[in-house]
Design a protein around this ligand. Structure first.
Ligand SMILES: [Zn+2]
Length: 211
């Protein structure tokens, strides 16, 4: 990589989070905070405590993922019998009843995607903490993918909502969203905020320090 590419940080510049004004980073003592000369918002060269925040939110998401999978996602009662379905028993139910497309959507959105996001964020955090200089460009792409799929992770909650609405319209059975829906929504939100707290520039800081 050419050393002619200097980051804003190396040039002593900083961009405002809110109004995006590029200004000169003032020389301050470590306990002082810099403010944007235009809008007054606090300036940071990198997202503050990025690694610790991302870890905290990620661990919270992983803990919430346990009740999201173990507790019932839907509670159905038809003709006096009540059945509770977790995410996995729902997937199995749809496979057995021949609707493998629905099973695939639920499995991808509720099991595969959240699990991949956990793995990618753990990998990115560890690679920065252990000052890895390997494949920074690929790691940036991984980060971009993680951020982009965030908004699609709520699909499972939508499926439950639509199912509840459909069954209620049919009036043949009673269906309610189970407690897992709340935990699952919390997993999605914490993972999205975790991804947002991670500063991908840290990947390149390590690489540039090494040169
Ligand atoms: Zn500003």
């Amino acid at each position: 990589m050419s050393k002619s590419l200097l980051s804003a940080k190396e040039l002593g510049l900083v961009s405002c989070h809110d109004c995006h004004l590029l200004s000169r980073w003032p020389n301050l003592a470590s306990d002082q905070t810099a403010n944007c000369p235009r809008c007054g918002c606090a300036l940071h060269q990198r997202k503050p405590n990025s690694i610790a925040r991302t870890w905290a939110l990620l661990i919270a998401a992983i803990i919430l993922y346990i009740p999201a999978n173990l507790l019932p996602m839907t509670i159905t009662s038809a003709l006096g019998t009540v059945s509770e379905d977790t995410i996995m028993s729902g997937v199995i139910y749809f496979v057995q009843s021949g609707s493998w497309e629905i099973a695939l959507v639920i499995f991808t959105a509720s099991v595969f995607v959240p699990f991949m996001k956990f793995l990618i964020l753990i990998y990115l955090l560890l690679s920065v903490q252990f000052k890895s200089i390997k494949r920074p460009k690929d790691r940036t792409v991984l980060y971009r993918v993680t951020e982009a799929v965030g908004r699609w992770s709520m699909v499972d909650v939508y499926v439950v909502t639509i199912l509840v609405a459909l069954v209620k319209l049919g009036m043949l059975a009673e269906i309610e969203a189970g407690p897992a829906a709340f935990y699952f929504a919390s997993v999605v939100v914490s993972t999205m905020v975790a991804a947002e707290s991670f500063d991908p520039r840290l990947i390149w800081d390590v690489v540039e320090e090494d040169e």
